[in-house]
Structure formats: structure tokens, C-alpha cells
Design a protein around this ligand. Sequence first.
Ligand SMILES: C[S@@+](CC[C@H](N)C(=O)[O-])C[C@H]1O[C@@H](n2cnc3c(N)ncnc32)[C@H](O)[C@@H]1O
Length: 297
Amino acid sequence: MNKAKKPCCGEEPEETSPQKTAAEIKQEIKVRYDEFAKEGGSAEGCCPLVGGSAESFALEHGLYSQEDMALIPKLAINLSRGCGNPTSFANIQPGQVVADFGSGGGIDLVLAAHKVGPTGKVIGVDFAPHMSERAKQVMAEAGLSDRAEFILLDIENPQVPDNIADVVISNCVINLCPCKPCVYKQIYEILKPGGHLAISDIVTRGEVDPKVREYFQSIWAGCTGGAIPEDGYLKIVQDAGFSQLKVVARHTLNLKELDEMASCPGKKFSPTFSKEKLAQMQGKIVSAKFLAVKPKE
Ligand SMILES: C[S@@+](CC[C@H](N)C(=O)[O-])C[C@H]1O[C@@H](n2cnc3c(N)ncnc32)[C@H](O)[C@@H]1O
């Protein structure tokens, strides 16, 4: 690891909600997901996994195929809090090294590990210790521990190792991070030249009343409080040095999906918005899936 690397936005990223510092937001998020992991997740009331169980949502929305679902231990399904399936469009090849930023309970680690095969490796990066332990448990249950490594680290942190990954995936995580440029800097660093990213994340689209946006940010709840406009988000990706940026899919959340996304990982763990406030964001919260490449030097 390169210990001499500097943070991209200072020790304490500036962009925060109007009422909380970046450090406070991250601590709240870490505790929230750790508590959720301690309980082993839940098959109900998940953020993007709207209506009923995580499994039914995934199948219903084609996020994960039936073949995918058959490979995933129940624990990983219950801990799953994604908004897409980056392994389905990441073009992962046998023998590659895949890093999952904010790997959570390991659902995408399992699928990526099957794709890289016995000569490849997957690396789960997450800052919540109990979540990371659950992902280890999941990989063991799936019989894939020999091709999995874990790094317990903030993905905004410059201690993330350099030039080791062919592919970086991330599923519904970067919206939670106060300093998105910091995360994309670390994704750039961990990728080998010519490597690529495949991301599923939550963004906003269309006009959002600034007061409504400020209100959402002040609570920083679920996977909507930190969501930023898609065009600004994609500019951050390009400014980090990535090329060949391509949005491969978008899904606009309906009110029910929005309600569950806004209280991710579940109403017991996260602050919630009133139905009235959520209605003001309806049609404007989108799950976007995109690819980009780190140019060869
Ligand atoms: C919404 S869950 C998604 C988990 C997983 N990707 C999935 O699809 O189920 C967000 C995950 O990102 C992790 N996370 C959030 N912010 C992080 C940060 N700054 N550094 C590392 N992990 C982070 C949380 O601990 C949690 O496990």
C-alpha cells in the first residue's frame, strides 16, 4: 500500500450536508450498515429490493438472473442492498482481479468470483467491520474463500492499493459518500492502466427544487440523501481521468421503490422521509448503470 498518498479533498472533504460534517455522515453510515450486518440482514423492506423479499425483487426486475440467484447464499441475498447488478455488464473475464467498492454482504463478490474462476481474485472493500465479516462468511458458504480477499477501508481513503485491479464494480455505494471525487480517485488508482469500472448507483435527474434537495441532504438518509445530479456525477468520473464513459441502463424509481431506497438498509436502521417529501422527489431518483475505462499510459 502507498502510505504517502494524499487525500484528494483535504483530510476532511468539504461537501457535506448543510447540517452534518463528512466525518459524521460516514460514521452514521458505518454504524447503520454494521447494525444491519450484525442482524444478518433482512429479506424484507430492503432499499432497492422493493416489495417483499430481496429474492423476489431481483427476479422480478431482472437484476440477477435465476442462474445468478442459484449461486448466491441466502445470507448474501438478505444483506443485499444494491440498485443493479454490475457483474451483469462488467465483462469480467477468467483470471482477472475484480475489486468491489462497498462490497456489503458480498452478493456481487460471489458472482464476480464465479466469473474470474480459480485463477482470478475478488477483493471486497468495505469500511463496516461486521459487514466485511458477513461477506467472508458468505464467500466461505459459497466455497469461494480461496479466491477472495477483503480490505477494511473507507473507499475515499488514499490507502486503497494502486494498480492491482482489472475491473472495479460498485453497487449502490458511492451515493452514500460525501466526497465522490475522492472515491473516483481511488477507483482510478486501484485499477491497472486499461482497466475499467462498472457501476450501479443512485443519481438525480431533472429539476429538483433546491429546498427539497437541501432537505434530503440534511437528513442524508438511505441511498437518496447523498444522491447528486447525474450530469455532475458523470463529470466527476471524467474529471478523475476515465474515458469511454457509457451509461448502459437507467431505471427511474417509483414511489414504493423510492420509499424503500430512502430508508436503506431498512427503516429500523435509517432515518426516513415523510410520504409528502418523497413525493416531491418522485420521478427524479434514478438508478444508473455505467462503464468507463482507465486509459493505458
Ligand atoms: C447500500 S449498501 C450496498 C452493499 C452491496 N454493494 C450490495 O449491493 O448489496 C452500501 C455498502 O457500502 C458500504 N460503504 C458506504 N460508504 C462506504 C465508504 N465510505 N467506504 C467503504 N464502504 C462504504 C457500507 O458499509 C455498505 O456495506
